[in-house]
Design a protein around this ligand. Sequence first.
Ligand code: SF4
Length: 373
Amino acid sequence: MTTNLLDFDLNGLTAFCEGLGEKRFRATQLFRWIHQRGASDFDQMSDLAKSLREKLRGCAHVTALPVVTEHISADGTIKWLFDVGDGNAVESVFIPEDDRGTLCVSSQAGCAVGCRFCSTGHQGFSRNLTTGEIIAQLWYAEHFLRKRFNTDERVISNVVMMGMGEPLQNYSALVPALRTMLDDHGYGLSRRRVTVSTSGVVPFMDRLAQDCPVALAVSLHAPNDALRDNLVPLNRKYPLKELLQACNRYLEHAPRDFITFEYCMLDGVNDQAEHARQLIDLVRGQGADNVSCKFNLIPFNPFPASGLKRSSASQVAAFSKLLSDAGIVTTVRKTRGDDIDAACGQLAGDVRDRTRVEQRMAKLRTIEIKPAA
Ligand code: SF4
C-alpha cells in the first residue's frame, strides 16, 4: 500500500522524504507542487530529480476524495459531497463574498456530540477523517476554483472548520491539516483567517492554544447550563463556567482578541429577551468569567427530526439589538446556498440516514451539476 502525501504537513513530508534518503528542501519542493500548484502526478513536478520521482511513484500518491455531487447555487455558493468510503460522505461548502472566499470544511463523518438543532448530530458518528481527508477538501476546492475562475491567484482566503463533525474530537488529524493551511509553502493562510469551531471540548481548546492557535468560534446556543445541557449535550461534561474560563485561557494565545460565539436562534427556546439578558450577564461577568467576544446569530434551518422551529426575523433582530445595546458586537449570519441545502446544519442531510446509503449515493452521482447563475 502506498502513502497518500495529502496526509502530511511539511514536517511529516520531510520525515517521509528523509526516509527515502532525500533532503528537506526536496520535501518543500514536493509540498509546494502538491498544495500550491495542485499537482498529483509526479511527472508534472519538473524540478524534482528524476530519481526522486521514480521513488515516489513506487511508494506514494496524491489522491483527492471522490466527488459524489457538486451543486452550484444561484448566489455562487458551491457544495461538494465527497465519498469517504463505507457508505459515508462529507460535505464542503464554498461561500464567495466581495472581499473573501470562505471554505467550510468537515472534520468527521457524522458527529458524536448530538446537538439537537444540528442535522449532522442527528446522523450519529461514523468515524474521524484523516488529515489527508480534511486537507483534500481544501486541495480540491482551491484548485477546482482556480480553474473555474481561470486564475493562478488564491481563491480561498478563509477556512472555517464548521462542516460536519466536532474538530477537537479529531485533534491528532486536525492539527497537521491546520498547519498545512497556514504553511507559507502550503496555502499560506493567516491564523486569523482559519477558524476552528468547537462545541466546547475544554481540554483540547487548551491544547490547540499551545499547538496551533487559530481563530476560535464556540457553539454556545444557550445562556444557562440547564438549557445548554439540553441543546449541546457536551455541556454536561464541560459546563458554561469551565467553558468561558477556557475561552479566556485561549485568548492569551489567539490571533484575534475575541472569541466568536455561535448562537442558533430557535423559536421560543433560546430567543427570548430573558435569554439575551442572561447571555449579557454570562459574558460580562467578573474576572475570569468576563470574555471578550462577538456573537454570530444563526437562523436555524429546520429539519423534521429536530422538532424545532426557526425564530422569526423580527425576533432575531430584537435579540441582536439587546446584545448590541449592551456593547457586544453582534452579527446575524446571512443565509447562503438555500437552493442547494448548503446552509448551516444542513450538511450531508441527504445521506444522514445510513440505511441503504449506497443506493442513495449512487442516485446522487447521477444528479446533474447545476450551472452557475
Ligand atoms: S453542531 Fe457541531 S458539534 Fe454539534 S452535533 Fe452538529 S457538528 Fe456536532
